[in-house]
Design a protein around this ligand. Structure first.
Ligand SMILES: [Zn+2]
Ligand SMILES: [Zn+2]
Length: 228
């Protein structure tokens, strides 16, 4: 079901997608195709967040230059990010690159053996100053088991202390509603992500919007409100 997003002036903070991939990593569309798809959907904000490990050497420079050029022409606000990997000790985005980006998503992509191992990787990213958003939190739990509610609350408190946000992923349908509610209760910001790997999925964030509304989130509870 498609959610109706009502406009609030020119730029509607609910109308954003900060997790999309292009041909710079494993996405199928060129950056311009993602932008055009987002514009057709009427998004106010689009983030391009290619996998950081694909952006090495010359492609890193081209990525930044091309996106900075494209944002001058775009009818929406284009944010330039990356999706980094949550590793032991923090995210793997290079510090020099971080300075040139609008935001960094850090996601656990490692195979983990236990919920504790997963949480430990997330904790290391929550205390890494290079990181802004934790991506698709909890996708490994159906395989390795769920942490306790107390452990989850400790994690949310750590995000609160460090000013980090969690993504509500429409593709993976995580995190759970109670987790999102606790984020809202503690003032931990949230972001919407389609994890689109092709242009026709860009802006497919209706699940994120629905969960955010169910959790009682307000504009200031959105990470994107930092860019308004
Ligand atoms: Zn990911
Ligand atoms: Zn992704």
């Amino acid at each position: 079901m498609e959610m109706k997003i009502e406009p609030e002036g020119d730029r509607n903070v609910l109308s954003h997608d900060l997790h999309t991939h292009t041909t710079y990593s494993d996405g199928r569309g060129e950056p311009l195709q993602n932008i055009e798809a987002a514009e057709r959907r009427g998004l106010s904000f689009l983030g391009i967040s290619d996998h950081v490990q694909c952006l090495t050497g010359r492609s890193q420079g081209r990525y930044l230059t091309e996106l900075m050029e494209l944002r001058k022409e775009a009818d929406l606000t284009l944010l330039i990010g990356v999706e980094a990997n949550a590793m032991p000790g923090g995210s793997d985005v290079p510090g020099e690159m971080r300075k040139k980006l609008d935001y960094v998503i850090s996601s656990v992509h490692n195979v983990v053996d236990s919920p504790e191992e997963y949480l430990s990787l997330v904790r290391d990213s929550l205390t890494d100053e290079k990181v802004d958003i934790i991506g698709h939190f909890g996708i490994s739990f159906p395989n390795v088991g769920w942490p306790s509610w107390e452990e989850l609350v400790e994690l949310i408190k750590l995000a609160e202390e460090n000013g980090k946000a969690f993504e509500i992923s429409s593709w993976y349908r995580v995190p759970e509603l109670d987790f999102i509610k606790e984020c809202v209760r503690r003032g931990v910001q949230l972001s919407f992500g389609s994890d689109a790997h092709r242009p026709d999925r860009v802006g497919d964030v209706s699940w994120s919007v629905k969960m955010f509304r169910k959790a009682g989130g307000k504009e200031e509870d959105l990470f994107i409100s930092r860019f308004v």
